[in-house]
Design a protein around this ligand. Structure first.
Ligand SMILES: [Zn+2]
Length: 389
């Protein structure tokens, strides 16, 4: 069955095909802006910062651009044609259609729970791949959704860091937050354990300067990409074995959790029907009914969100060999990299763990551990040792 987009509004970045108005074709000018928005997000910039940049660069907003082309839009012509809002940026960053697919049944009404229209959970959306030309690669789209779930943090100086959302404390597992010193000198910018910031006694000493982080992470990436260039086949074999060992156990744990969640969701639905009937027959007051249904609904939503994450994680792990190939391809593009930007960082790295400093040698040594995208930790020291042995 061929599937055609149901949406009558063509997303910004596309225009209707003059040959067949039910098809979308890429509009080069606006598609470039879409690509730029995704890149800026990958570089670690938040929606507000992206909007400000486009405004500063005098890029027409989607409605001003449509008006210019004489396409009718429900919104009336904006006062300022460059006045980008963060909500527009967010809407663009969340549109899966940019990967070339069609997403149908985007909103639904859940008649038992309420009459409000709500976003359809992703697994209930019908996704048809390759219905039109893509503007954004799948890997970039998924990464951007991940970044969107993390909160972007700006310091009082208005700066943000490419590392924001990626740095974790090795000891307590908390996110490490970006901060800048009182005098506002960028060279003093740092990350510190967020638990430590809340309670000085609870977790100590993970403070690390951004400058140090940049140097160490860049050096590690250079070593990894260099190693892959020299010994690609061996790297592949070692990582396949490591991932095989790690993931079978993790997949089993996640499957179990998923099953528990699904059982509880089914139970909540039964409970809801029961209180619905009790309320209809007068055994349960409206007040109690409202309270209970809210409780059930909140729990169900939370469980459903967890299920989505679990399913995604299982899927990623089951595609481990594909992940290794993807990483090797990405690594080849960054051989000889001499400066880190947010885009490169997010393509290669999924998390960075910072240890407390080790002073046993008399010097302050602070180790960091880098989790690479789709691979996890790379046993670089062991690999390099083998090489020199
Ligand atoms: Zn900590």
């Amino acid at each position: 069955m061929r599937c055609l987009p149901l949406t009558t509004n063509v997303p910004y970045g596309y225009v209707k095909d003059p040959e067949n108005p039910r098809r979308w074709v890429v509009d080069p000018v606006s598609a470039d802006v879409v690509k730029r928005i995704f890149s800026m997000c990958m570089e670690g910039r938040g929606p507000k910062q992206i909007a400000n940049q486009l405004k500063a660069d005098k890029v027409l907003t989607p409605s001003a651009y449509r008006a210019l082309q004489g396409i009718k839009t429900p919104n009336k012509k904006p006062e300022d044609p460059y006045d980008w809002h963060s909500s527009t940026i967010v809407a663009i960053l969340e549109r899966r259609e940019y990967t070339g697919c069609t997403v149908n049944f985007k909103t639904y009404t859940n008649s038992i729970w309420d009459k409000k229209q709500r976003e359809t959970p992703i697994e209930k959306q019908a996704i048809f791949p390759n219905t039109h030309e893509r503007i954004i690669e799948d890997a970039v789209f998924e990464k951007v959704q991940e970044i969107r779930q993390q909160r972007h943090r700006m310091t009082r100086t208005g700066r943000s860091s490419i590392f924001s959302g990626l740095v974790y404390c090795s000891d307590c597992g908390s996110k490490m937050n970006y901060g800048s010193s009182n005098n506002g000198d960028p060279a003093q910018d740092f990350f510190d354990c967020s638990l430590h910031r809340k309670d000085k006694e609870k977790c100590k000493g993970h403070f690390i300067r951004v400058k140090v982080l940049e140097r160490v992470v860049l050096k590690h990436i250079q070593a990894v990409t260099g190693y892959i260039l020299r010994h690609e086949a061996h790297f592949r074999a070692v990582m396949e074995e490591q991932l095989r060992l790690e993931s079978s156990e993790q997949i089993r744990i996640r499957r179990k959790q998923l099953e528990r969640n699904e059982n509880r969701i089914a139970e909540l639905k039964r409970l809801f029907i029961r209180i619905y009937e009790d309320n209809a027959s007068g055994r349960l007051s409206d007040e109690r009914f409202d309270m209970l249904s809210l409780t059930y609904e909140t729990e169900q939503k939370q469980l459903e969100a967890e299920c989505i994450t679990l399913r995604q994680e299982i899927e990623v792990q089951e595609r481990q060999n594909e992940n290794i190939e993807k990483f090797i391809q990405t690594a080849h593009r960054y051989v000889g990299i001499d400066e880190l930007d947010g885009y490169a960082l997010r393509e290669l790295v999924s998390a960075i763990y910072v240890d407390a400093p080790d002073k046993s040698s008399g010097k302050r040594v602070q180790h960091i551990h880098i989790k690479y995208e789709g691979l996890g930790f790379i046993p670089l020291n062991e690999l390099m040792k083998e090489e020199t042995a």
